[in-house]
Design a protein around this ligand. Sequence first.
Ligand code: 0L1
Ligand code: MG
Length: 262
Amino acid sequence: MKLSTDTVESLAAHLDGCVLEARDTLKITDAHPDMEWDDAYAIQDAIRRRALSRGARIVGYKAGLTSHAKMRQMNVDVPVFGFLVDTYELPDGGECDVSKLIHPKVEPEIAFVTKTELKGPGCHIGAVLAATDFVIAGIEVIDSRYRDFKFDLKSVVADNTSAARFVAGGQPLAVDGVDLRTLGIVLEKNGRPVAFGAGAAVLGHPAAAVAMLANHLGARGESIPAGSLILSGGITEAVAVEAGDNVTLRVQGIGSVGVRFV
Ligand code: 0L1
Ligand code: MG
């Protein structure tokens, strides 16, 4: 680690303030170019502690930048991981208030719900599928706190990987006998299809993203508890949204989930 505890806490307070006030900022590596991966995750952990101290509850985790479409869009080459708290969750068919966000975008994702604990190292696709209760459709609303979504990977990790809101829904699908690689998705904005894809766009198999997450947490002495919801990463590029937009995600075998931006 290159940053002192005080600097980690003050950067967490700064980014958390940006979240709470829907205010953007320059990427934090501009002022801290020597920051390391451990520093970035330490800042994310401090943001998590701040959310928990306000009464939020961890409901799951997310993997981000797991598809080539997203990696290309953001000009990066490795996945990143973040946490999800209950205050991010929106009901299926509910409203997302854009006045509380900076510049939201949506991502179509396959969400896993676990029935047993998942722990790395050595976690693999088979272990993820065995620990999966079901998968459902997930729309992640990302909202980087960095001006114009301009960041590098360490800055985005510190910013809890742009996590802001999510909605999960549709008919829960058991994974036995289902090939998640060929599960097709269509993302619609205002009734028009705007992005298409299939599960394999996420690291060849969306469960691979969950395995990477478990291994990442395992290296830090953490695990994915039973009953967690995991967003496995955007299958397509993220799509910008604004007040008045209606977004629906249709996933083969699962049905649809939707959110309205107001
Ligand atoms: O969930 C994601 O794939 C987003 C990761 C962070 C990068 C971004 O804000 O696009
Ligand atoms: Mg995402």
